[in-house]
Write a protein that binds this ligand. Structure first.
Ligand SMILES: [Zn+2]
Length: 394
């Protein structure tokens, strides 16, 4: 198969030879296009690498169900955990079904890799994990789904959760998660002992939700970096949100960034609406890998979201006050190359030997695509068109 007349992110116009689901060759579009059924002529449309969602919750979404008003009694994380319990108790449709609705929607928007956190606690046990494992199996030819065993109710305040996190890894989760060691569990060392204990025993990476702000949040980031180095997990640990980095002065944020960079701890941001956003450009300058994710989509936590990672790049840019093309390209990289790197997706990108996975849009540049979030003309997986004009191909 030949993909002809594609404009790449660097502005060059190329033909791409696709062999066995991979990019076999890239050559200038001055070469004549052979006639034939297996030529896909893009006629100058922009060909981008597939989008990557570095943080989603497939088990939480209510997508496809009748509207559920937000029921949280307050603004604390603990209030929202309680509200979610009530919503969960009244739902009748299994998570495998609503999660599948979300997967179909995100694939149609060009996301072909994702990291999903999945709730594990003493009430749920591994039920949600089993639901998301079903989704992963069902859509394995379309999308890669990495699973984080996520202690949504805390670890120490939900007895038995540490053992369940370990069991979750044994049953197919890829990483172990954590949640506000101080804000939720009130015990920094106890929480991190449990998380890093599982990580070390099972040889898996870590991705911790950290909402705790201010100096207290910074102290937790430093402790996470320490643990990462101590157990040899450099490059395999991420902290999601890390609002603390956006709530201290820039000197403090920069010193913390140096420690995170040394330990190889990545930072995920979704461009939060109601919390301080970490200083993304500063973190990058100091060597911290920053990547993007949707976080909550139409669930008990947030009424918003649609899983469109181009739109997410725009929201990140909006919150970070980005204006220049190089800044919009940086936001785009957070939802493509940087996220792929954190997820360990090695064959991502537009290069010979990489997977023939693409998103095609009508835009003159990456910056324009982030600003305008154009309809996805095509989504291509392993050289095969899987979505067209924003809808999955049957
Ligand atoms: Zn989350």
């Amino acid at each position: 198969m030949l993909i002809a007349n594609a404009v790449l992110a660097d502005g060059s116009r190329r033909h791409l030879d696709i062999e066995g689901g991979r990019i076999g060759a890239l050559f200038p579009a001055s070469a004549a296009v052979p006639a034939g059924n297996d030529v896909l002529d893009l006629d100058g449309a922009l060909l981008l690498p597939p989008l990557v969602d570095g943080h989603i919750h497939l088990d939480k979404t209510l997508l496809g169900l009748p509207w559920v008003p937000n029921q949280s009694a307050g603004n604390r994380v603990a209030d929202r955990i309680e509200a979610e319990r009530r919503v969960r108790a009244s739902r009748t449709v299994p998570e495998a079904e609503t999660g599948a609705n979300l997967v179909r929607q995100v694939v149609a928007s060009g996301t072909l890799h994702m990291r999903s956190h999945v709730d594990v606690d003493s009430q749920l046990g591994l039920r949600n994990l089993h639901e998301v494992l079903k989704i992963r199996e069902r859509f394995r030819d379309l999308v890669t789904i990495q699973i984080v065993a996520f202690p949504q109710s805390g670890i120490l305040r939900s007895p038995g959760t540490a053992e369940l996190l370990d069991a979750a890894i044994a049953e197919g989760a890829d990483l172990v998660g954590g949640l506000d060691p101080v804000g939720i569990d009130g015990d920094l060392d106890g929480h991190l002992d449990a998380v890093f204990g599982v990580a070390e025993r099972r040889s898996v990476g870590v991705d911790i939700h950290l909402h705790d702000g201010g100096e207290g949040g910074i102290a937790q980031l430093l402790a996470i970096a320490d643990r990462t180095t101590a157990v040899g997990l450099t490059g395999r640990v991420a902290v999601s949100h890390a609002f603390a980095l956006g709530s201290v002065d820039l000197d403090k944020a920069a010193r913390t960034a140096d420690v995170l960079a040394n330990a190889g701890v990545a930072i995920m941001s979704h461009g939060p609406g109601g919390a301080p956003i970490p200083p993304l450009a500063l973190l990058h300058r100091h060597g911290v890998r920053v990547f993007g994710g949707s976080d909550n989509i139409r669930d008990a936590w947030s009424p918003f979201g649609n899983g469109d990672m181009l739109e997410r790049a725009m929201m990140i840019g909006y919150r970070a006050n980005f204006r220049y093309d190089r800044e919009l390209e940086f936001a785009f990289n957070m939802v493509t190359g940087a996220a792929a790197h954190v997820l360990g997706i090695e064959d991502h990108g537009i290069a010979v030997g990489a997977a023939a996975d693409f998103v095609v849009v009508e835009a003159g540049s990456v910056a324009e695509a982030v600003a305008t979030r154009p309809r996805r003309k095509l989504v291509i997986k392993s050289g095969r068109v899987v979505a067209r004009d924003g809808a999955l191909v049957p």
